[in-house]
Design a binder for this molecule. Structure first.
Ligand SMILES: [Zn+2]
Length: 397
């Protein structure tokens, strides 16, 4: 039996499955076909929740005596956008000038294709790792992410699965393969603050209470002073006001309500709880200020509503995991990676509750774009990095 040692062949098989969230599109089936000859036991749990589409997921484990390494990722992809704008069709895996085109080429079917090829080469060379390897692959990363990684982790853990380390194969490199490992992420919180005023005539402000004046006070307090200057591992905490809504079409009417929405990306100076307390404190102080509301006797009347669940900040301090991966990159491309905590959230924020986790995959330049594509040379390099990492992490180098 031929083993799936060629990352380009693996990727072509995955790209040809049109797995735009929430469709499985055959992608998990194609992955299962690759993993079975390598000795993996494959499960395909489907998760449901009212108001969201059912989602197929995959958990595959190759058991051995020793530590347990988990590779995590997703086979779902974002929509293709304007299909006519693609130089090569988005689900054809055509190759031109040494690059394979297709939706998911870098985000992140390519990462999965390389990891499978790396394991296949390892099995070919060593007969298998000295321990267990699993793949935790969701079909719901680019969508609502409700029936995906969170439930898949709970499902696997409830069956007794325990992991010692995890690598997420998302595209982490800004320019060239080997640039960057992500070893943590900032936390994220969103909220809306609504000021309740009193409607009135713009010529008689003393008879009204303009909520826009109050909101300016509150927003000012959210933006100043800065929350911190950043830490050894993280950028400074940042708050962005993402919307200000009054919805008042009249120029001579003082409106009754004004709302601002904001998002905070916070570093390890804070927890979700302490940054929320800081926001409450700033707003309460600002509500009493008279600067924009001369003559008003009562503080600004406002409601603060936190949106969604917070993403918690995390930093992975597992030396074996980080050093082994960084060493594999240096040995393969000749240059060590930057260890970064920049960028948005990913499914690593859920995995970190189960085991140390880092992220390393392809170059992200074309992700989510028309003409998403990957250099065949990058597929080979990433496969070699993963293969070297598997050897060294299991001590089989
Ligand atoms: Zn992704």
């Amino acid at each position: 039996m031929t083993l799936p040692t060629d990352p380009a062949a693996n990727l072509a098989a995955l790209i040809r499955c049109a797995s735009v969230t929430p469709a499985e599109g055959g992608a998990l089936g194609a992955l299962e076909t690759m993993l079975k000859p390598l000795g993996f036991l494959v499960d395909r749990p489907v998760f449901s929740e009212d108001g969201t589409p059912d989602i197929e997921n995959l958990y595959a484990r190759r058991s051995g005596n020793g530590p347990h390494l988990m590779f995590a990722g997703h086979t779902d992809v974002v929509p293709v956008g304007d299909e006519a704008a693609w130089t090569h069709p988005p689900f054809a895996a055509e190759i031109a000038n040494g690059e394979m085109y297709g939706r998911g080429a870098v985000d992140m079917k390519g990462g999965i294709a390389c990891f499978v090829a790396a394991i296949a080469r390892h099995v070919d060379k060593h007969g298998g790792p000295k321990g267990s390897v699993s793949l935790l692959i969701t079909g719901d990363e680019e969508g609502p992410a409700i029936n995906g990684t969170v439930k898949l982790l709970e499902w696997a853990a409830s069956r007794g699965e325990k992991w010692d380390a995890s690598v997420v194969g998302e595209p982490t490199n800004p320019d060239a393969l080997g640039d960057m490992i992500k070893i943590g992420r900032r936390g994220s919180l969103s909220a809306s603050v609504t000021v309740n005023g009193r409607q009135g005539h713009a010529a008689y402000p003393q008879l009204a209470d303009n909520p826009v004046r109050g909101l300016i006070s509150l927003v000012d307090a959210l933006l100043h002073p800065v929350f911190d200057k950043g830490t050894k591992d993280f950028q400074p905490t940042n708050l962005e006001v993402t919307s200000i809504d009054v919805g008042n079409p009249a120029t001579n009417v003082i409106p009754a309500k004004a709302t601002a929405t904001f998002n905070i990306r916070f570093n390890d100076t804070w927890t979700a709880e302490t940054i929320q307390a800081e926001i409450h404190n700033r707003l309460d102080q600002a509500a009493k200020r008279k600067k924009y509301r001369p003559g008003k006797k009562t503080p600004v009347d406002y409601d603060l509503v936190w949106r969604d669940r917070p993403s918690h900040v995390f930093l992975t301090r597992d030396d074996k995991l980080v050093d082994t991966l960084a060493g594999s990159i240096k040995a393969t491309v000749g240059k060590g990676p930057t260890l970064s905590t920049s960028g948005g959230t990913s499914d690593a924020r859920f995995i970190k509750d189960y085991c140390p986790v880092v992220e390393f995959g392809l170059v992200g330049k074309t992700m989510h774009m028309v003409d998403e594509r990957v250099a065949l040379a990058d597929l080979e390099t990433l496969t070699r990095i993963y293969q070297r990492f598997i050897e060294d992490w299991f001590g089989q180098g």
